[in-house]
Design a protein around this ligand. Structure first.
Ligand code: FAD
Length: 334
């Protein structure tokens, strides 16, 4: 007899953990599985906006009330009512996992890689399990998404963790060379995460590496001998429900392509799917709003790609103010 769970969640990143949190202490049996045995620092710049409404996280974070946006050499300053943070991904994962630590109905199976979905079974490196519902929260190269036969569209991001200090978050647009992608400097407690996000259909990886190396030099920073890290971001949203299978976070293509923001979208989609599983009539207002925001940002981003010279400054301010409108609206309704 196979062990059966009402809900199997594949992937214990922000999407999977926030989904599990919604399902804790309910009558449902939940299996949360992850291919890793421990929380590792996922390749990420660790910029966390207030979109997801994450409560105070004390360790491993820095708060910033303003962000500098550079369009070529022109600087624009954005102040936010709620600070933006940089966060250690390990600290974030531990914080989210801490919220479900005592849930008696959730079994957390580590070191179990999902290999295949066959009917109502998940085949993993640690055995086969039956599910009532399956949540694919297994990231940008999701196995669950692949089993559903859905397409992927991937942006790329590369970065170095430079042992240097800085007081502000900065984002640097150079539309003539990076189109709608951007360079960033995100100060963390122990390093300056400096990188580039780009569309590989418009900029080849070797060129992106060169642009990043030049940028690091221009900023008076030194990265020689440091490892270049990076990874893909799936922004191809094609729905969140496919029969008894749900997709959340990067697996669902929730990343906003022009900003590269994915953590908040993963948290929102994970918890909305948890609520939907508990109540099939739940209308998912947060997910709908997040998808609207992503769509509007992506329209602004594609205009930036089409008309880089004339409209980038305006469009980027739209991109950012859209986000703050969204946060303001959410706050006014709380
Ligand atoms: C270089 C880079 C920089 C980024 N910077 C930012 C940023 O500054 N701010 C921001 O908001 N977003 C950023 N993102 C995007 C952000 O990292 C993701 O959107 C976010 O992590 C998505 O969360 P998730 O839970 O959907 O997926 P993930 O965080 O990828 O979690 C997926 C989990 O599934 C597990 N898993 C994968 N495959 C399997 C399998 N087959 N079986 C079992 N488990 C599996 C993994 O171990 C992992 O724990 C960045 C991404 C990259 C690549």
């Amino acid at each position: 007899m196979l062990k059966r769970f009402d809900v199997v969640i594949a992937g214990a990143g922000p999407a999977g953990l926030s989904c599990a949190e919604q399902l804790q202490d309910t009558g449902l049996s939940v299996l949360l599985l992850d291919e890793n045995r421990e929380f590792r620092a996922k390749p990420c710049a660790g910029g966390l906006t207030p979109l997801a409404g994450l409560p105070e996280l004390q360790d491993g974070t820095r708060l910033f009330e303003r962000q500098s946006i550079y369009l070529n050499s022109r600087r624009f300053e954005f102040r936010s009512e709620i600070p933006v943070r940089t966060v250690s991904r390990v600290a974030l994962a531990e914080h989210l996992a801490g919220r479900i630590r005592n849930a008696a109905n959730i079994e957390f199976l580590k070191g179990a890689a999902l290999e295949e979905v066959r009917g109502d079974e998940v085949h993993t490196s640690r055995g086969v399990f039956q599910f009532g519902k399956l949540v694919g929260a297994d990231g940008s190269q999701s196995r669950v998404r692949r089993c559903l036969g859905l397409p992927f569209r991937l942006a790329l991001a590369l970065y170095c963790e430079i042992p240097a200090a800085a007081d502000e978050i900065s984002v640097h647009f150079r539309p003539a060379s990076i189109r709608s992608g951007y360079l960033w400097k995100f100060p963390h407690r122990d390093c300056l995460n400096t990188g580039i996000g780009f569309d590989p259909a418009r900029l080849k990886t070797p060129q992106a590496k060169e642009i990043l190396a030049r940028f690091i030099g221009e900023q008076g920073l030194h990265a020689s001998g440091l490892r270049l890290k990076g990874g893909p971001l799936n922004y191809c949203y094609a729905g969140f429900r496919f029969g008894q299978v749900f997709l959340a976070g990067d697996a669902a293509g929730m990343v906003s392509k022009p900003t590269g923001e994915g953590i908040s979208f993963a948290l929102i989609s994970g918890r909305e799917i948890g609520r939907k599983i508990l109540n099939p009539e739940y209308p998912m207002p947060e997910l709908k709003q997040a998808l609207k925001l992503k769509k509007r940002q992506e329209i602004a981003g594609s205009l930036m790609e089409k008309y880089p010279a004339i409209s980038a400054a305006f469009l980027y301010s739209v991109l950012f103010s859209l986000r703050w409108d969204f946060v303001r609206n959410r706050l006014s309704r709380l």
